[in-house]
Design a binder for this molecule. Structure first.
Ligand SMILES: [Zn+2]
Length: 399
């Protein structure tokens, strides 16, 4: 150990969340992480979040990363991050979806601050089913595909949405489509989306039955195959309309996507790295048995189409290094190829060995990571050397 109060590199032990949409074998197949219980392994969390904190070994004893950070915050995070964020501002995950996650929207920072304050003032229990805002933070996310990764991200162009609904021709909601045709703008899309979300009873059943019949006859198209797949997982859910409203995309391994505030999105199937701001604020919009607060959801949804060329996030390439730049300071994310790299910390970092052994060195300190392992690098580490036999993902933050 150096003269500083933390070592340069800390090997992390990471908790695995067993949500029921998780994959049974992806962590084992990709990283050799065992699954002794045979239950779903949905998300491996790397960070200091209270709902699943990584552990590190420090001077022979195992401790929570959050505790280690709190004992030496300026060393672990850097003064500027401590001042601005107060804690590690990001959470880094391996996400393994075998079944679709709910369609969701995350609030902007201002909406989260206002919503959190309102629910606190109203005395709504933080664990209550009708609690929307768990914290006052926004939750921008970036996902980097490790396998083909199917998702929905943002509204389609309005003419594309209308063309799909006109093809499907659902008599039960013909009036809603006609109203949207007459009002092809943000307000028209918001009204249409709202009316679909609150469909009930026979009208909803008729519309969904028509949708599923059409989908069954058009399985060669990704959108309709997806609707059939989702119907088996979430029968009777209004979210089954979402593939007609939202862009359906399958990221190829190595491609990435940024999920901005106020943009509806869903992860359908695949394994990827995900990094996000340290927040739990999720407003659900379908494909869920959980509470949907339609009014709050509409307040937080920007009903503007996301242009096709903005669905994927192209990296800024520096040599053979890929930097996936995002418009928020809460996290940074880069992927380094096999080889030798000279790096310098600008914040706390988490390094994840994607597909080979990685050696980290600084002076006489050294840490070796096997594929699937990760290290916490305190902000005070400064200059270090990375020797990689495969790709390495590097997460940090700006201030
Ligand atoms: Zn999300």
């Amino acid at each position: 150990m150096s003269s500083r109060d933390l070592p340069s590199f800390l090997l992390m032990q990471n908790p695995i969340q067993g949500y029921d949409w998780g994959s049974h074998d992806s962590l084992t197949t990709l990283f050799g992480i065992p699954n002794p219980t045979g239950k779903p392994q949905a998300e491996l969390w790397m960070g200091a979040h209270p709902n699943g904190c990584s552990e590190v070994t420090l001077m022979g004893s195992t401790q929570k990363l959050s505790v280690v950070i709190d004992t030496a915050p300026a060393t672990a995070l850097g003064e500027a991050t401590v001042t601005r964020f107060g804690s590690l501002p990001f959470l880094f995950k391996v996400l393994c979806a075998e079944k679709a996650l709910s369609i969701q929207v995350h609030p902007s920072k201002a909406q989260a601050e206002a919503g959190f304050a309102k629910e606190e003032a109203a005395g709504i229990d933080p664990k209550a089913g009708n609690r929307n805002y768990k914290d006052p933070n926004h939750k921008p996310e970036l996902v980097f595909a490790l396998t083909p990764y199917q998702a929905m991200n943002g509204f389609r162009a309005i003419p594309a949405i209308l063309a799909l609904f006109e093809r499907v021709k659902l008599a039960a909601i013909a009036d809603l489509v006609a109203a949207f045709v007459a009002n092809q703008n943000e307000a028209g899309l918001q009204h249409f989306f709202h009316q679909l979300l609150i469909l009930q009873g026979a009208r909803k059943e008729d519309a969904l039955a028509g949708l599923l019949a059409y989908a069954a006859a058009h399985q060669d198209e990704e959108t309709f195959a997806l609707i059939t797949n989702l119907a088996a997982q979430y029968p009777g859910d209004v979210g089954l309309f979402s593939p007609l409203l939202l862009s359906v995309v399958t990221l190829q391994p190595g491609q990435a996507m940024f999920l901005d505030a106020c943009t509806p999105h869903a992860y359908v199937r695949g394994t990827g790295l995900e990094i996000m701001a340290n927040s739990d604020n999720v407003l659900r919009a379908g494909l869920t048995p959980k509470y949907i607060d339609v009014a709050e959801l509409l307040d937080c949804t920007r009903c503007l189409p996301k242009p096709d060329d903005q669905i994927l996030l192209a990296p800024r390439v520096e040599g053979a290094v890929q930097h996936f730049d995002v418009p928020v300071p809460d996290f940074t994310f880069s992927v380094y190829p096999a080889g030798e790299h000279q790096l310098t910390t600008a914040s706390a970092e988490i390094l994840f060995a994607i597909d080979g052994t990685v050696t980290l060195k600084q002076g006489d300190e050294m840490l070796r990571l096997e594929k699937g392992q990760s290290a916490f690098v305190p902000a005070a580490t400064g200059h270090y050397q990375l020797l990689a036999e495969g790709r390495v993902a590097r997460a940090g933050n700006r201030c």
